[in-house]
Every structure is written in structure tokens, then in C-alpha cells.
Design a protein. Structure first.
Length: 198
């Protein structure tokens, strides 16, 4: 094999890998955008579904006239801020973690509410607790549906770890909705309404 043949064979063998490297170097500034577009196409349905479900949950919260979420305020030294205000800081770092932690606060408030009303054992699964609430009629149907929506959204966020997951904005909205539900449950547990008024 002479030098010319060797160079020709080498060019044939290395042609496409060199071309790929040149293309990647050329597209390097836009590569991150292209990859995120591919992820969005692959996982876009999950994100859209989460967003749609969250919007429906917000509508239910407005229809149920839940108390508003707390506004951040400067606290005196030694006094800790609301767990939900702390979670709002977590949203920027890990939307999934903020959703999970928000749900745990809803779950805790639900268990305290059930204990205060002596309705159902707090050891039951949440969907069983919600069914008991529905049966007893101690919370408006829309609030029970909203709590169930928050549970489903939490499950989607936590059990679909691949892909981009919920956005920071979606996690923030979830956290605010969760806080509003917790505040309502705490109010209702502390001040039970008159019989027949739910």
C-alpha cells in the first residue's frame, strides 16, 4: 500500500467522525437549546398535563374561597417563618422537592383535621381519608376535590423523575395552593362550624 492509498483509506474511515466533530463544534453555542427542545418534545406532554391539572386545582381553590397564602414579612429575632415561606425559597433550587414538602404539610394538616373532628383514623391512606371526609360532609366537596388534585399532582411530580419535571412557576403555584388548603384545614380544625354547616 502506497502513501496515497493509505491517505485515501484513512480519509474514508475518518470522514464521518470528523464531520460530526466539526458539526458539533459549529453548533456548540446552540447545542443546549437543541437538547432542551428534544427533552421538551419527549416530556412535553407530562409538563403540559401537570400545568393543566394545576390550573384546574387553582380554579377549585378560588371556587372554595380558601384563605390567601401568607405574605413574607420581617420577623423578630428568634421567631421562625412559616414552613411555606421557607418552601418558596426551595422552589428555585428543586421544584420537585418543594412540591413534595408542600404535600407533606397538607398531609399533616389533614391528619390533624381528622383527629380534631374524630372522623377517620389518621393511619389510613390519604385517598381513604378523603373518601371519609366526603362521606361525612365536613368539608365542601370542592375542597376535598382540590386536596385530591394536589395529591395527584404530587404523585406526578415525584413518580416521574425523568425529564424536566414541574417548572419553578408550577412548583410555586403548587406551594401557594397547598398553603391555602393547610390554612383552611387549620381554621376548620380549631373552629368547627355549627352542625349542618360543614
Amino acid at each position: 500500500m502506497d502513501v496515497r492509498t493509505f491517505i485515501a483509506e484513512l480519509a474514508k474511515a475518518l470522514g464521518w467522525p470528523v464531520a460530526v466533530v466539526i458539526i458539533l463544534l459549529f453548533l456548540r453555542p446552540n447545542l443546549r437549546t437543541l437538547v432542551s427542545l428534544l427533552r421538551h418534545v419527549k416530556y412535553g406532554e407530562l409538563e403540559a398535563d401537570f400545568g393543566e391539572k394545576l390550573e384546574k386545582a387553582e380554579d377549585k381553590a378560588e371556587a372554595a374561597h380558601l384563605p390567601p397564602a401568607a405574605e413574607p414579612v420581617a420577623l423578630p429575632p428568634g421567631q421562625s417563618e412559616s414552613p411555606f415561606l421557607q418552601l418558596r425559597a426551595l422552589v428555585g433550587f428543586s421544584p420537585r422537592a418543594a412540591i413534595l414538602e408542600s404535600w407533606l404539610l397538607v398531609e399533616r394538616a389533614l391528619q390533624k383535621f381528622l383527629a380534631a373532628r374524630n372522623i377517620a383514623p389518621t393511619k389510613l391512606l390519604v385517598h381513604t381519608q378523603l373518601a371519609a371526609l366526603q362521606k361525612e360532609g365536613v368539608l365542601p366537596r370542592g375542597v376535598v376535590a382540590l386536596i385530591n388534585d394536589l395529591r395527584e399532582l404530587r404523585n406526578r411530580a415525584v413518580h416521574a423523575p425523568e425529564g424536566p419535571g414541574p417548572t419553578v412557576e408550577q412548583a410555586h403555584e403548587y406551594t401557594v395552593l397547598s398553603e391555602r388548603v393547610v390554612r383552611l384545614l387549620e381554621q376548620r380544625a380549631a373552629n368547627p362550624p355549627l352542625p349542618g354547616l360543614g
